[in-house]
Design a protein around this ligand. Structure first.
Ligand code: NI
Length: 259
């Protein structure tokens, strides 16, 4: 299978003991690319370092809503500097998280909006985190559209109606491991409906481990289980589904063209 993991956090200390082996397993499973997504400035720097070390890894740099409160005053300048690296392919992750509310909502909103503006100026795609903030995220995306470089709603958890709006705004929808869970009927239904040319798959490793490894640490090799699940839902060949998602990833993050 040819696989593309559109969202992972391989810089996290969860992999400090076996990062090389984990990447070797990813290659063996068929991974051609992994987008390692920054969580804060430190993690974004580490994402760039990983991308320098491993040819299949690309980096995104951004401030997650969980740590929006801690973003230094010059975070936009720092993100812009990091984004000049040739292996930085997107800004993110960024967005709103009204489930855990680890940063104050007004600051989450401000840090999200400012990153969207920066991405537009730099002509980079955006990687968006939305948890229990669907209405607000859609309001912002509508107000700030168009996004000429596009983007992705990662670990999609909204409705089919919202997915249609995201697609009409030019976004991809990325489905993560929970689609493999037995009782995930709503997400399975949405995965069935998302047009193939707008679909990405991801692990969000080390989180959200798919069945049959649920409960253990996640890693990019496990994105195959998400591919197989969605192929089954769409009644198509596993390898074909995986290949289309890989092509979509290369298109969104412009891995085929010289940047
Ligand atoms: Ni993430």
């Amino acid at each position: 299978m040819i696989l593309f993991d559109s969202h992972a956090h391989l810089d996290f200390e969860d992999y400090d003991a076996d990062r090389d082996e984990m990447i070797t397993r990813a290659r063996a499973a068929g991974l051609i690319n992994i987008v390692n997504v920054g969580f804060d400035l430190d993690s974004s720097r580490k994402a760039v370092q990983l991308a320098e070390k491993y040819d299949l890894i690309y980096a995104a740099v951004g401030i997650h809503p969980h740590v929006a409160d801690e973003a230094p005053i010059d975070f936009l300048e720092q993100l812009e500097q990091l984004s000049a690296h040739p292996k930085v392919v997107a800004l993110g992750e960024m967005g709103l998280d009204y489930f855990r509310n680890l940063s104050s909502r007004p600051v989450q909103y401000k840090v999200f909006r400012e990153q969207l503006t920066l991405a537009k100026r730099l002509n980079l795609p955006v990687i968006i985190h939305d948890r229990e903030a669907h209405g607000e995220v859609m309001d912002i995306l509508h107000q700030d559209s168009p996004f000429p470089a596009g983007g992705v709603i990662h670990c999609y958890s909204g409705s089919w109606e919202m997915a249609k709006q995201c697609i009409s705004l030019g976004f991809y929808i990325s489905i993560a491991g929970p689609v493999t869970f037995k009782n995930a009927n709503r997400l399975k239904d949405i995965a069935t409906r998302i047009p193939l040319n707008r679909l990405l798959i991801e692990t969000d490793a080390p989180f959200l481990t798919p069945t049959p490894h649920r409960g253990k640490r996640n890693e990019p090799a496990f994105v195959q289980f998400t591919a197989v699940e969605i192929a089954g839902l769409k009644k198509m060949d596993n390898e074909e589904l995986a290949k289309i998602c890989a092509e979509n990833g290369k298109t969104l993050f412009r891995l085929n063209t010289t940047r």
